[in-house]
Design a protein around this ligand. Sequence first.
Ligand SMILES: NC(=O)c1ccc[n+]([C@@H]2O[C@H](COP(=O)([O-])OP(=O)(O)OC[C@H]3O[C@@H](n4cnc5c(N)ncnc54)[C@H](O)[C@@H]3O)[C@@H](O)[C@H]2O)c1
Length: 319
Amino acid sequence: MVKIGFVGCGGIAREHLKHLRGMSDVKIVGTCDTHAGRAKAFAADAGCEVYADSVALYEKAKPDAVYVAVPPFAHGAIEEGAAARGIHLFVEKPVAIDTATAARVSGAIKRAGILSSAGYCYRYCDTIDTARGLLKGRAVSLVSGAWIGGLPPTAWWRRRAQSGGQLLEQTTHLFDMVRYLCGPVQEVHAMAARGCMSRVEGFDVDDSSVVTLRLKTGAVASITSTCVTNHPTRTHLEIVTPEFTLTLTGCTVRIEEDHRVTEHRPECDMYAEESRAFIEAVRTGKKNGIRSAYADAVKTLQVTCAANESAETGMPVKL
Ligand SMILES: NC(=O)c1ccc[n+]([C@@H]2O[C@H](COP(=O)([O-])OP(=O)(O)OC[C@H]3O[C@@H](n4cnc5c(N)ncnc54)[C@H](O)[C@@H]3O)[C@@H](O)[C@H]2O)c1
């Protein structure tokens, strides 16, 4: 039986709980949240104990692994405490609010020799496997993506010191897909706009941004983001090669070549697959099924931090 603890009991923790509860080889042994009511309700649904904080959870419930599902600003000591006790880590994206915290945690994970997985869930979609297969060995010339959405309801999201802003917290999924499908990023240049959201109390993140990337292969990419719309979010990523154009909309992959269009719709639940891979790794000690280890997620964080830095200074940032 794999014993799992939860730090953070909000929206995404609930999603993970839904899948873990269906696994016969998993037992949820404890949880904690700085919001006592949320922890209590989560524990009632999970059938586990509530602990005062992550240290009490680790010491008393002795989980084999912990899901860290807290906002960006809260990462760091939670993961270091787990690593110091040999507790394997599933960490939601973005894995930290800055690269210094992420480097510290990365070092702790390496020293402890524990397993790690980051919540870049799109990597577990069957259609993304199809996309990777099709793109393998192809020369990508251009990538163009967008995350066009509205303001998320959580208060921490609109505060730069707590979320890191839209690029770091949300569009990070697209930056991760660029890396996963097209390879490493070499250079980042960004511009951001502010001023449309001044009516929102405590709002100090960018309203909209445009990020251009140079990939190590020589390809160029542009990623556009906004959080000012009043309609449901839509995202896409278009990858152009001389042979075909591949468009990712959510998890649906569309291939356009000559006058033919082929569409691949997902047949799996990416969150279920993501947790299945992590639990299997903890159970067997074999990490082959994990598609985004912590150290790899740090590279996506480096791209979004570079974009924030570039938007601030007006200068390109080399990685
Ligand atoms: N992979 C995905 O598709 C996906 C989807 C949604 C959210 N997320 C990520 O998950 C993280 C959490 O998002 P959410 O939507 O669940 O937010 P949320 O606000 O609903 O939940 C976060 C919870 O963490 C708790 N918390 C804050 N600091 C804490 C601490 N030090 N110790 C214990 N608990 C603490 C809060 O009280 C809250 O209950 C974010 O980084 C977000 O980007 C990922």
